[in-house]
Write a protein that binds this ligand. Structure first.
Ligand code: NAD
Length: 277
C-alpha cells in the first residue's frame, strides 16, 4: 500500500500531503466512496458541514477498522454558523454527525468579509484547540488581510489555509505569504474540477512523457510545490489513480511548464466578495 508523505503543521501535528475530498458527493454515496478510498490507502478525508455528508464520512470511518490515530479528518464551519457561540454549537453538531470525539483539523470555510464575524469565529476556534477538541485549526479561502487580522487579534496562526489552487490559478503571492508565516497551503479543486484543465494539451504532453494520466501529473505538480492536495472522485479506478503518484517525479522544467498555465482563473467564488450565508 502507498505510503503518503506527511507535512508538519506549525503546532507539530503531521498531516498527510494527499487526502480525499468529498464535495458534491451525496450523503448516501459518501460512505462507499470514503470506504473505497480508505481501502486503497487514503488516511485523510476532507468534508464540510455544508456538504451534508458528514454522516456518510463518519460511517465509513467507523466501519473501516482503522485506528483513530491513523486517520486525519477535516471538516469546516459553514458561513451561517460564524460567531463565537454559534461556532461552538456547530462544532458539536459536526462531531455528532462524524461520530468522533476529537477532530484533526477544523477550518473556517469562507471569511465572508462583509459579515464581519471571522475574528470572533477564530476566537472560538482557539478555544476548541485549547480544550483539545481539535488537534489543529485553520481557515479556508482567506486572503492575506484576513489572515493578518485574525493573527493580530489572537496570536494564533492558522495551521492551514485551504484555497482554490491548480495550474490555472497558481496563487504565487498567497503561497509566498503562507511560507513566510508558517501556514501550510492546501489546494482545493486541485484538478481544476477535472474537465477543461485535464484536457489541456500542455498537461497531456507532460503526462505522455511520464506515461501517467493528466490528473497524476497535476497532483505531482502540487506535491512537488509542497501543497497538500485533496482530489475528489467517486470512481473507484480514479480514486486509486489519484493516490498512485509517489513513484515518479517531474523534472523542474515540467513543474515550470504546468506553472506557466496560470491565468489567475477561478472555478469557484472570489473570497473577497463571497458573502454567502
Ligand atoms: P477536483 O479538482 O478534485 O476535481 C474533481 C473532479 O475531477 C471529479 O469530479 C472528476 O470529474 C474529475 N476527476 C477526478 N479524478 C480524476 C482522474 N483521475 N481523471 C480524470 N478526471 C478526474 O475538484 P473538487 O472536488 O472541487 O475539489 C476537491 C476537494 O476540495 C473537494 O472534494 C472538497 O473536499 C474540497 N473543496 C473545498 C472548497 C472550499 O471552499 N474549501 C471548495 C471546493 C472544494
Amino acid at each position: 500500500m502507498t505510503a503518503v508523505p506527511t507535512v508538519t503543521l506549525n503546532n507539530g501535528v503531521t498531516m498527510p500531503q494527499l487526502g480525499f475530498g468529498v464535495f458534491q458527493v451525496p450523503d448516501p454515496e459518501t460512505a462507499a466512496a470514503v470506504s473505497h478510498a480508505l481501502e486503497v490507502g487514503y488516511r485523510s478525508i476532507d468534508t464540510a458541514a455544508i456538504y451534508g455528508n458528514e454522516v456518510g464520512v463518519g460511517q465509513a470511518l467507523a466501519s473501516s477498522g482503522i485506528a483513530r490515530d491513523d486517520l486525519f479528518v477535516t471538516t469546516k464551519l459553514w458561513n451561517s454558523e460564524q460567531g463565537y457561540d454559534a461556532t461552538l454549537r456547530a462544532f458539536d453538531a459536526s462531531m455528532d454527525k462524524l461520530k468522533l470525539d476529537y477532530l484533526d483539523l477544523y477550518l473556517i470555510h469562507w471569511p465572508t468579509p462583509a459579515r464581519g464575524l471571522y475574528t470572533d469565529t477564530w476566537k472560538a476556534f482557539a478555544k476548541l484547540a485549547a480544550d483539545g477538541r481539535v488537534r489543529s485549526v485553520g481557515v479556508s479561502n482567506f486572503q492575506p488581510n484576513h489572515l493578518t487580522e485574525i493573527v493580530e487579534a489572537t496570536g494564533l496562526v492558522p495551521a492551514v489555509n485551504q484555497v482554490e489552487l491548480h495550474p490555472r490559478l497558481t496563487q504565487e503571492p498567497l503561497r509566498a505569504f503562507h511560507a513566510e508565516h508558517g501556514i501550510v497551503t492546501e489546494a482545493w479543486s486541485p484538478l481544476g474540477q477535472g474537465k477543461g484543465l485535464l484536457d489541456d494539451p500542455a498537461i497531456a504532453a507532460v503526462a505522455a512523457k511520464y506515461d501517467r494520466s493528466p490528473a497524476q501529473v497535476v497532483l505531482r505538480w502540487h506535491l512537488q510545490l509542497g501543497n497538500v492536495v485533496i482530489p475528489k472522485s467517486v470512481t473507484p479506478s480514479r480514486i486509486a489513480e489519484n493516490l498512485d503518484v509517489f513513484d515518479f517525479e517531474l523534472a523542474d522544467a515540467d513543474v515550470a511548464a504546468l506553472s506557466a498555465l496560470n491565468v489567475d482563473s477561478r472555478v469557484g467564488p472570489d473570497p473577497d466578495t463571497n458573502n454567502e450565508a
